[in-house]
Structure formats: structure tokens, C-alpha cells
Write a protein that binds this ligand. Sequence first.
Ligand code: C5P
Length: 229
Amino acid sequence: MSDRRGPIVTLDGPAGSGKSTTAKAVAERLGFRHLDSGGLYRALTLALLEAGTPVEEWNALTEEDMRALDVRVSSSGTSFDILVGGRRVSEELRGPEVTEYVPFLASLAPSRASLLHLQRMAGEDGRLVADGRDMGTVVYPSAEVKVYLVADLQQRARRRLKEVGHEDPTDEEIEAAAAALAARDRQDSEREHSPLRKPEDAHLIDTTRLGFEEQVAAIEALARAVERD
Ligand code: C5P
């Protein structure tokens, strides 16, 4: 292991693959911290929308401009709170407008550069489970355990709907949710900077037919194996 005090576990994968809930549960079991990096990109997006900066002007923003939005993390027990201008944000990061514009914001190099240092600092001591799109490829390339989570698109759409309280969606609702996820995956995979892709050294876990408990246990076991080394 590197000079960190413990391992870093990365979970990357497409939208709705269950990364954040899985990462949170794995972190709790291991007594590690959980970092939801998607929340950081969502926070930058929220800050720009709240500031009233027109979306057409976002690609002219510099790294300095992104930093001035003052997105930070503050460690809180087993996770990190996300702060915008000192205000803790959580539910508002999941709103439809933020979800619509976040892939565009995340495709801009200055937004990624502005968040890199902050993410690396969060992992400085190890004992971290971080989920996102480029955790294993760009942010923590030397992570001891890398996982790439995938799941069938329809299944991901059902899970996403369930998360927002839709227990019994119609076929049309599933199709619409699947189309939205597919569009986001396309944007995240086709962008120039830090595109979504499986790190070469990642364990591929397909959660389509796995129960939540099984996928959490599988990742926990990978992390415990490197802790013992
Ligand atoms: O994980 P979540 O769905 O909250 O991520 C929201 C968006 O943030 C993703 O669709 C992607 O555009 C961006 N993102 C990213 N890199 C990460 C995490 C999220 O580009 N590491």
C-alpha cells in the first residue's frame, strides 16, 4: 500500500448503477468515509443556476470562476457534507434542473480541474470509498481496490424510479427513465475530459441480478483482502 493510512476503494459506472448507495454501505461496514463525487459536480451546477449564469456562458468560465463558486467538502462522521458558499446542500442537488445540466458542466475542463484537488485531499489518508465516473481512472489512479459497476438499462431505470418513490411504474415511465439515463451515459462516455470508462485494473461487477447485500459484501471482501496485505 502507498503511504496512506488505509486503502482507497473506487466505484465507477453509469448513471443509476447503484454506485452511491453501494459505496455508502461499503464505507459504513469498513468504517471508512464515503465521497459522492457526483454531488460535487451537482453542487457546481446548482451554484451556477442559483447565480443565474446563463448556460450558454458556462463554457467560457475559467477554473478561477469555478473555484469562486466555493464548493467545498467538510468531513462529517463517515461521510462528507457538501457546502456551497458555506451552506450545506443535499436534497437540492437531486432536482431535475441540476440533473439536466450537470453532464454539460462536468464535460468542461475547468470544472473538473477545480474539483480535483478537493477530491485528492479527501483521500489523502486513505480509508475512503469514492464513487463517480473517473475515480479509478483520473482522481485516484493508485487506489488499491477499483470496481466498475454495471447493470442492465431497464433495471437501472426501475431502480431510479423506485428511489423517487415510484414503486409500480408503467412501461412508458420505465422507457422515459431509461432514455434519460442513456442520454446521460452517452454524454459522460463521449466527452473529451475524463470520460466514463472502466479502469483497466477494475473488478467488473454486474448488479442486474445481484441483491444489494451481495454486491456490498463482494466489494467489502475485496477491500478487506487488501487491508490484510
Ligand atoms: O453520480 P451522479 O449521477 O450524481 O453524477 C451526476 C453527473 O456528474 C454525472 O452524470 C456526470 O456528468 C458527472 N460526474 C462526473 N464525474 C464524476 C462524478 C459525476 O463527471 N466523478
